[in-house]
Design a protein around this ligand. Sequence first.
Ligand SMILES: Nc1ncnc2c1ncn2[C@@H]1O[C@H](COP(=O)(O)OP(=O)(O)OP(=O)(O)O)[C@@H](O)[C@H]1O
Ligand SMILES: [Mg+2]
Length: 237
Amino acid sequence: MLIQLKNLTKTYQHHDGAINAVDNLSLDIPKGSFVTITGASGSGKTTLLLILGGLLRPTSGKMSYNGKEIDLHHDEELANFRSNHVGFVMQSFALVPYLTAIENIMIALNVKNSNTTENRKRALELLEWVGLEDRTTHYPKELSAGQQQRVAIARSLANNPDLLLADEPTGNLDPGLSEEILGILKEINLKQKTTVVMVTHSPMAAEYGDTRIQLQNGKLHNLHLNDVKINVEVSVN
Ligand SMILES: Nc1ncnc2c1ncn2[C@@H]1O[C@H](COP(=O)(O)OP(=O)(O)OP(=O)(O)O)[C@@H](O)[C@H]1O
Ligand SMILES: [Mg+2]
């Protein structure tokens, strides 16, 4: 298993009362799987994704990566987990507007390696991988929405993540562009063996998952597996 979640709860304190955004959830994510998460607005999808990526601490529960428990209270351990293993793709692309496509990727590479020549070469490879080798010097505003999302995907691969997390990556795209982006994510999953966890509102996009999870009030409501080898533990409360 790449990730194992055990009795994970995230409680947000609010003056209207406490909200269990994720509620005693246990889940195994197999290496190389493509997991899609659906559920109504407010069902805890983003909260779960942020916890998976080490960006948000759960209130209680455990998380293991490759069979080893991550100390969720240890900032440095979480930071290392993120930078060594996790890539993020967001709905809003979050590209730096005053940097070109290739520079947007190079700044992500610079975090680990200061060799500009090597980074330029690697950034070009990543842009080729998403089919944008002829748009390297375009600024985000000079790219279509689908192309901007492809740059964002290329950037998310900069640290060679084992785990790619995507929150509504096609939320701002029309159906044609959505399929293009979903196709790229599927290709990354199949060719690079990257485990992908994608949150989506679209039933069509959810079909790309070999494991499909539906959340309701922070709990697993429904689970669909195409691959019988996958072992997922559903917590019974
Ligand atoms: N920082 C916060 N403080 C208080 N409550 C929060 C906070 N963030 C999220 N929540 C609450 O937690 C619940 C889950 O939120 P979350 O963002 O995970 O939902 P979601 O499934 O991603 O929804 P959407 O589909 O609208 O993006 C919601 O009820 C939300 O109001
Ligand atoms: Mg959300």
